[in-house]
Design a protein around this ligand. Structure first.
Ligand code: ADP
Ligand code: ZN
Length: 408
């Protein structure tokens, strides 16, 4: 190659590949991986540091973090580890996590506690089994619970960590999109009682969150969509431009594109971490995160908890709830109809339900909402919006307006 050409190429090139002594196939491979910059970016773990009353913690997001294992190994202080998980996740993700941990931390004494999957298992009985497993392990005050699974495992294992010896570390390793963007961040832990969801629990922020987006590849499509509803929620209450971003990336997110997924998880965690840092114990702003949830919980309770009965899963119920909250905002003159229409369209793009399931009685739903924790003495309290991106807590919402939206 002439010196002139070499100099010119050096000036304009974005990527340089040495072809000396390489065959065509090998050059082809090098070009492909150099052009696959997007993929490389996605594989690079990203980190978000979060303040909490128990001290700062890191949220790591990236594809392959469980196989890598470094972030997990570094988050464990003592010698005892209880990995809490459910039967599905134990089959799919546990072997990788356990192998990483044993490779990087041969000093650890590790036990595994596995529960059956499903919200119906988030009980005091299962909590008792988890703390019994800690006792059997001989867990000391510097022991760590690793919560490997969806929101159910995270809440239950987090509560076991919160209560064992008045509180030991929990590392949240969420394996559902919903848990990555919502339940693993912010420190709420607990179990359900027959009288209602999450009635017994504690604020217990994690020592670290490790969100391996590669784990989502085995998640059923329905669960992925349900998680996307909570992602949409952040745009709805905090940032209209995030709704545009989601609209742009809808196909990529549904296809599990690693770059778009990592970005959506990280941005969601940031919105949540910001509001939780301002209001860790939900005395004010944090309640905005309940957008769509007063309606959603009423639907969930009225239909009976699990999706197994043919009803909606949590994220789906929240999708319907957000549509109703947006309609109620329009009816109360707080927001334009166009905002509600736009939210509806985005949720539909994600394949989420947007109507109250047939057979649920509006007055029964209203009665459920009167019992909701978010109803205070003065009347029904709702999280509504003053248009896309501007969530607002509204007290004394007239029941007639709520009924009109439910029946409509
Ligand atoms: P959520 O995180 O939505 O609150 P769960 O903890 O109930 O929900 O998890 C939803 C279901 O998905 C459970 O049956 C659980 O075993 C299963 N699950 C969790 N993570 C994965 C995964 N990465 N791949 C496949 N199934 C998973
Ligand atoms: Zn939720």
């Amino acid at each position: 190659m002439s010196a002139v050409r070499t100099a010119l190429y050096a000036q304009v090139a974005d990527i340089r590949i040495d072809t000396n002594g390489r065959d065509a196939a090998s050059v082809h491979g090098a070009v492909e991986s150099a052009l696959g910059l997007v993929d490389i970016v996605a594989r690079e773990p990203r980190r978000l540091d979060v303040e909490s009353p128990r001290g700062a913690y890191a949220i790591h997001v990236g594809a392959g973090l469980l196989a890598d294992g470094r972030q997990l190994a570094e988050a464990i202080r003592g010698r005892h580890v209880l990995i809490a998980t459910d039967a599905n996740v134990a089959r799919i993700q546990l072997p990788v996590l356990e192998a990483s941990l044993r490779r990087l931390r041969p000093d650890l004494v590790i036990a595994v506690h596995c529960m059956p999957p499903g919200e119906a298992e988030k009980t005091l009985g299962r909590w008792q089994e988890a703390v019994a497993a800690l006792a059997k392990l001989g867990a000391t005050r510097d022991a760590t619970v690793v919560a490997l699974g969806g929101g159910v495992v995270g809440d239950l294992a987090g509560f076991a960590a919160a209560t064992w010896m008045r509180g030991i570390d929990v590392v949240q390793v969420p394996t559902t999109l919903l848990a990555m963007v919502d339940s693993s961040v912010g420190g709420k832990t607990g179990v359900d009682l027959p009288a209602g969801k999450n009635l017994v629990g504690a604020f217990h922020p994690p020592a670290a969150v490790i969100a391996d987006t590669a784990a989502l590849s085995t998640l059923p499509a329905r669960e992925l969509r349900a998680g996307l509803a909570e992602v949409v929620k952040y745009g709805a209450i905090f940032d209209a431009t995030f709704l545009d971003w989601l609209d742009d990336r809808a196909e990529a997110l549904l296809a599990g594109d690693p770059e778009a997924t990592a970005e959506a998880v990280l941005r969601s965690c940031r919105y949540k971490a910001d509001v939780v840092a301002r209001d860790p114990f939900e005395r004010g702003d944090r309640a905005l995160l309940n957008f769509g949830h007063t309606f959603g919980h009423a639907i969930e309770t009225e239909q009976g908890y699990t999706g197994a009965t043919g009803g909606l899963v949590h994220g789906e119920a929240v999708a319907v709830g957000m549509v109703l909250a947006a309609r109620l905002s329009t009816a109360l003159g707080r927001a334009a109809q166009a905002d509600a229409d736009r939210l509806l369209a985005l949720l539909q793009r994600f394949g989420l339900p947007t109507r109250v399931p047939a057979g649920l009685d509006p007055s029964a739903l209203l009665a459920r909402m009167r019992l909701d924790k978010k109803a205070d003495a003065a009347g029904l309290r709702f999280v509504l919006w003053d248009g896309a991106g501007r969530g607002v807590i509204v007290r004394d919402v007239p029941e007639s307006a709520v009924m009109a939206v439910l029946a409509g």
